[in-house]
Design a protein around this ligand. Structure first.
Ligand SMILES: [Cu+2]
Length: 151
């Protein structure tokens, strides 16, 4: 009886620690992510992810890598408009100023998400892993929204 309850309490402690581990990743000491969402498109067309990165630290930090467990490919893109033509280009790194923020918005920075690893539809949540130049990795949950969504 005693050994079983001890086992249960050990399991509970393990779960609590696992929970803290996840929290520590989601909100790292210097960087936090909010307003994270994905504009989903039908027929496996690339989806676009938007979010706001806040740097609470006293040094600038670069976003240097993006991956998602839900998509085979995740890339940092920037849309630029010349006259009436909009173009997208890959961005190798993005600097978030000290005590500043960068907002990804339609028409500017976005995360291009391709090759979904499972069926994804509006109403779902996906995860994005962002790696920063100071070695931090932040996991951002993103709400999947329908094609007409603009913010
Ligand atoms: Cu793009």
């Amino acid at each position: 009886m005693t050994s079983i309850s001890r086992l249960f309490s050990r399991m509970a402690t393990g779960l609590v620690l696992a929970g803290f581990g996840t929290l520590a990743l989601a909100q790292s000491p210097n960087v936090s992510i909010d307003k994270a969402w994905v504009r989903w498109l039908p027929s496996e067309l690339p989806a676009a992810g938007y979010l706001t990165i806040t740097n609470h630290g006293a040094q600038p930090v670069d976003l240097v890598g993006i991956t998602s467990p839900d998509y085979g490919m995740a890339m940092l893109h920037q849309t630029t408009t010349e006259g009436s033509t909009a173009k997208m280009a890959m961005v190798a790194k993005l600097t978030v100023p000290a005590h500043g923020k960068v907002a990804f918005t339609p028409g500017n920075y976005h995360v291009m998400l391709e090759q979904p690893k499972h069926a994804i539809a509006p109403g779902d949540n996906i995860k994005l892993l962002l790696t920063f130049s100071d070695g931090e990795t932040v996991i951002a949950p993103m709400a999947v929204k329908p094609p007409g969504t603009t913010e």
